[in-house]
Design a protein around this ligand. Structure first.
Ligand SMILES: [Zn+2]
Length: 229
C-alpha cells in the first residue's frame, strides 16, 4: 500500500492510501461484506465510492449527502467532511487525491476518456466552491507509456489538446499514450500543486492489477480522508 500524510491547518491532516495487489480487490460487484471489510481495514469509517463511467461527473458529498453520493455514476467526489473517506478504483487508469490546506478533499478517477471529458477541471472547480486555498495532488500508480500502445487517430487528437507530452512510445517502438503526463499537465493547467507523482507502472512493475496488460478485473482503491487530530 502506498502511504501519504500531510498536515493541514487547525491541527488536522489528510491521509492518502493507494492499495496494491497484495491488499486485495476493491472492484465493485463482488461480495459486499468482504469488500466492506477490506475497506474498513484501510480506514474504519464510511467510504464514498463511485460507479465510474469515464466521464467528468463530480459528486459533492456536502450537497447530496453520503447515501446519495455512494455508488453515484461519476468519476470524482468532493467533500469538506471529516467523518468519511473518499475513494475511487483503478487498474491502469490514474488515481488522483486532491486537497486544500484548509480541508477540502477530492478523489478523482482519470483515464484518457475522463481526462478528455474534463474530469480534473470539474473536480477542481467543485473544490473551489468550498475554498480559495491552493490545491495539492497525490497522483498514484498507473500504466506507463512503455506498456500503453494507443491508436494514432486518438493520439493525434489528445496531443492537439494536451500537448506532445501525452504521446510516447512503447517498449517495442509503437505509438503510445502517456496518460499520466496528460494528467499532470491538466492538473498544472488548473493550478494544482503536485506533491506526489508516484510513477510506478501498474502493467510492468509487478505487484499491481492491470486491466490493459493482463485483463485483470480486480481493482486497487485510492482513498483520502481528513484526520481531526
Ligand atoms: Zn510499464
Amino acid at each position: 500500500m502506498r502511504f501519504f500524510d500531510r498536515a493541514l491547518v487547525n491541527g488536522r491532516s489528510i491521509r492518502v492510501r493507494s492499495t496494491e495487489k497484495i491488499d486485495g480487490d476493491f472492484a465493485l460487484g463482488g461480495a459486499d461484506h468482504e469488500l466492506e471489510d477490506r475497506r474498513r481495514s484501510v480506514i474504519d469509517r464510511p467510504w464514498v465510492w463511485l460507479t465510474q463511467v469515464h466521464g467528468n461527473g463530480c459528486v459533492d458529498v456536502d450537497v447530496v449527502g453520503l447515501e446519495n453520493a455512494r455508488g453515484a455514476p461519476a468519476d470524482s467526489s468532493v467533500t469538506t467532511r471529516s467523518d468519511l473517506a473518499l475513494s475511487i478504483q483503478t487498474a491502469d487508469c490514474v488515481p488522483i487525491a486532491l486537497w486544500s490546506l484548509d480541508g477540502v478533499i477530492a478523489a478523482v478517477h482519470a483515464g484518457w476518456r475522463g481526462l478528455e471529458a474534463g474530469v480534473i477541471e470539474t473536480a477542481t472547480r467543485s473544490m473551489r466552491t468550498h475554498s480559495s486555498a491552493p490545491l495539492h495532488a497525490f497522483v498514484g500508480p498507473s500504466i506507463g507509456p512503455e506498456c500503453y500502445e494507443f491508436g494514432a487517430e486518438d493520439l493525434d487528437r489528445l496531443e492537439a489538446r494536451f500537448g506532445p507530452v501525452i504521446g510516447g512510445t512503447t517498449s517495442d517502438g509503437r505509438p503510445a499514450l502517456n496518460v499520466r503526463a496528460g494528467v499532470i499537465s491538466e492538473l498544472l493547467r488548473n493550478d494544482v500543486v503536485i506533491d506526489v507523482d508516484d510513477d510506478v507502472c501498474t502493467a510492468c512493475a509487478g505487484g499491481f492489477f492491470s486491466h490493459r496488460d493482463r485483463a485483470d478485473i480486480a481493482r486497487h482503491a485510492t482513498v483520502i480522508w481528513i484526520e481531526e487530530s
